[in-house]
Design a protein around this ligand. Structure first.
Ligand code: CU
Length: 148
């Protein structure tokens, strides 16, 4: 109890309390104002190809560290994994094929969303399918460009 009293007596005054409340308040406000991710629509199609509307060659361009939501529609090709995944969506750094952390997804039939942060390092990346979805699986990939 004496400890408590001395803490109250010396440590906290009204000005500090007000400052702490203000800080707590502005923090919660900042959280509410968090950026809404940009939505990118992708089709993982039955012919073992990624597709994006309006593009002959599918390609994603994102800013370094940008928050994006991948809205992926997956349609079954020939084969599927035992867990029911029909395609994969995994990001690799192009120059050394190093997997990008937290960018490895398995796709189920239908629409699914993943909210992710783009790599912080600008450069060329590649999206690859990780499910042996058909005899054309090897060609199931797309460019992913990260700009500064
Ligand atoms: Cu595939």
């Amino acid at each position: 109890m004496t400890k408590m009293r001395s803490f109250l007596g010396t440590g906290i005054n009204l000005k500090m309390l007000a400052a702490m409340l203000l800080l707590a308040f502005s923090c919660s406000w900042a959280q509410n104002a968090a950026p809404t991710p940009r939505v990118i629509e992708i089709l993982a199609d039955h012919d073992s190809r990624y597709k994006m509307e309006g593009r002959k060659q599918p390609m994603i361009t994102a800013k370094a560290g940008e928050l994006i939501t991948l809205r992926i529609t997956a349609k079954k090709a020939k084969n599927l994994n035992r867990d029911g995944s029909i395609h994969g969506f995994s990001l690799l750094r192009a120059k050394d094929r190093k997997p990008v952390e937290d960018w490895d997804f398995l796709l189920k039939p239908g629409v699914q969303e993943f909210t992710v942060v783009a790599p912080s390092e600008p450069g060329e990346y590649v999206v690859v399918c990780t499910v042996i979805c058909s005899q054309d699986h090897e060609g199931m990939n797309m460019r992913f460009l990260v700009v500064p």
